[in-house]
Design a protein around this ligand. Structure first.
Ligand code: SF4
Length: 390
C-alpha cells in the first residue's frame, strides 16, 4: 500500500532514522502504521493467519507477544511461514527480558517495557539489563523500542514524581534513552502510552521537547472498541502529528481477531486526514461521561470470550452514559490487575472466570455468564453513591 507521507505538507521533528528490517522509522520517512497479533503465539496456524491478515491490510510492521521458550519456538515457525510477506516483525517482551537472546534471530525489532524490566531480576542494576538488550540487538542487527506504559512505570520513578504520572513516564523514557546512548546504541524508538489520550499528548510533547531526535511510536493504549477507540486515538494523533511529533503509529482496538485490519485502516485514514488538513471537531464534552477502556487483546488473552464480554459491558452500561465513571476490561492476568487499578470498576479475564474490582479492591471472581449481573449491581451502587455525594 502506498504510504501517505506528511513530509511535503507538515513539519516533522528531525528524528534520526531507525531501520527495522526493510522499514525506516523516523528520519522523515512516511509515518509507519503497525498492529499486533492478538492470537496465541503458540497457535501457529492462527498466528500466521493473523500476521497475513494484518499485512494484507497494509501494515508496515506486525508485533507478536512472546512470554516463554515455547512462544519463541512458535515465533520461529511463524517467521519462516510469513517470510514471503516481507513484513518486518517485532516482538513484545514481558517480564523475561532474557528471552531477547532467543527471540532476536527471528525478528527485526524487540520492544521492552522499562517498568517490567525493573521488576525482573531485581538485584541486578537496570543498566546491566539494558546493556544486555543492546548487545543482543547489536549482535543480531535489530532495533529496540523502549515502550513505557503509564500504568506500569517503574516504582522508583513513580515515587519520585508522585501525582505527576506523566512526568514519571517521561522520566523513565528519558532515562532509558540516556542509558542506550551511553552504551553507544542509538537504533531505538520510544513510546509512551496511556488509555487517556490527554496523557498521551502531554507525555509525547514533554518528551519531544527534550529529545526531538528520538523517533516516537504513538498510541493510545486500551482505547477500547470502535468508534470511541478510534476517536480517542484520532484526537491524540491529530494534536501530536500536527506538531511534527510521531514516526510510527498503532491504533489499539478491541475487535475480533478477523477484524484486526481495522487498526491499520483507521491509522491510515487518520494520517491521510491530517496530511490533507481534515481535522475532526470533537464535542466539548467528549470523554466526560461514561468511559469504557478495554485492551486490544494479544497472545496473552486468557479466554476468547473477552472480546464479547467487552461488547456486552458496553451495551449493558449504556444507561450510565451521563455519569463520569470509568470501566476497564482487560484480557489477561499479566497486565489486567495493574491496568484496572485506576478505573472505578475493573474486570480482568482469567481462563474460566472474570475478576471484578472496585478501584484497586478485589470483589471476587465470577463466571463469564454471571459477571455482567454483578457488574450492573456495582454500577448502580456507584451511581447512587455519586448522586448522594452531589
Ligand atoms: S491486557 Fe493482557 S491480553 Fe490485553 S493487550 Fe495487554 S497483555 Fe494482551
Amino acid at each position: 500500500m502506498p504510504d501517505l507521507t506528511l513530509v511535503e505538507t507538515q513539519p516533522r521533528n528531525r528524528t534520526r532514522a531507525v531501520r527495522v528490517g526493510r522499514l525506516i522509522i523516523g528520519g522523515g520517512a512516511p509515518i509507519a502504521v503497525q498492529s499486533m497479533a492478538a492470537t496465541r503465539t503458540q497457535d501457529i496456524e492462527a498466528t500466521v493467519r493473523q500476521v497475513t491478515l494484518i499485512a494484507a491490510a497494509g501494515a508496515d510492521l506486525v508485533r507478536i507477544a512472546v512470554d516463554s521458550r515455547k512462544d519463541v519456538e512458535a515465533l520461529a515457525e511463524v517467521r519462516a511461514r510469513t517470510r514471503d510477506l516481507a513484513i518486518p516483525l517485532s516482538v513484545d517482551l514481558q517480564e523475561n527480558y532474557r528471552l531477547a537472546e532467543l527471540v532476536a534471530p527471528h525478528v527485526d525489532k524487540v520492544r521492552y517495557n522499562p517498568g517490567h524490566l525493573y521488576h525482573h531480576e531485581r538485584d541486578k542494576p537496570v543498566r546491566d539489563k539494558v546493556a544486555f538488550l543492546a548487545e543482543i540487538a547489536e549482535k543480531h542487527d535489530i532495533a529496540l523500542r523502549v515502550g513505557v506504559n503509564c500504568g506500569s512505570v517503574d516504582p522508583v520513578k513513580t515515587a519520585e514524581y508522585g501525582a505527576d504520572d506523566v512526568g514519571a513516564m517521561v522520566a523513565s523514557a528519558l532515562e532509558h534513552c540516556a542509558m542506550l546512548d551511553e552504551l553507544g546504541f542509538t537504533r531505538y524508538v520510544v513510546s509512551m502510552k496511556d488509555s487517556d489520550w490527554k496523557k498521551v499528548v502531554e507525555g509525547n510533547q514533554r518528551f519531544a521537547e527534550q529529545r526531538p531526535d528520538v523517533p516516537l511510536h504513538l498510541g493510545v493504549t486500551e482505547a477500547g472498541m470502535p468508534p470511541d477507540g478510534v476517536i480517542k486515538t484520532r484526537i491524540a494523533f491529530e494534536q501530536l502529528i500536527a506538531q511534527g511529533i510521531g514516526d510510527t503509529v498503532r491504533v489499539s482496538l478491541t475487535v475480533p481477531f478477523d477484524d484486526k485490519g481495522m487498526e491499520i485502516a483507521a491509522g491510515r485514514e487518520i494520517i491521510a486526514d491530517i496530511a490533507a488538513g481534515r481535522f475532526r471537531s470533537v464535542p466539548p464534552n467528549f470523554g466526560e461521561g461514561l468511559n469504557i477502556i478495554s485492551c486490544p487483546s494479544c497472545s496473552r488473552v486468557e479466554n476468547m470470550a473477552f472480546i464479547d464480554l467487552a461488547r456486552q459491558v458496553k451495551e449493558m452500561a449504556a444507561y450510565a452514559s451521563e455519569h463520569r465513571i470509568t470501566i476497564a476490561i482487560m484480557g489477561c492476568r499479566v497486565n489486567g490487575p495493574g491496568e484496572t487499578d485506576d478505573a472505578d470498576l475493573g474486570l480482568w479475564c482469567g481462563p474460566v472466570a472474570v475478576n471484578l474490582k472496585r478501584g484497586a479492591e478485589e470483589l471476587g471472581a465470577y463466571p463469564y455468564d454471571t459477571v455482567l449481573g454483578r457488574l450492573r449491581t456495582e454500577l448502580d451502587t456507584l451511581i447512587e453513591a455519586k448522586r448522594a455525594a452531589q
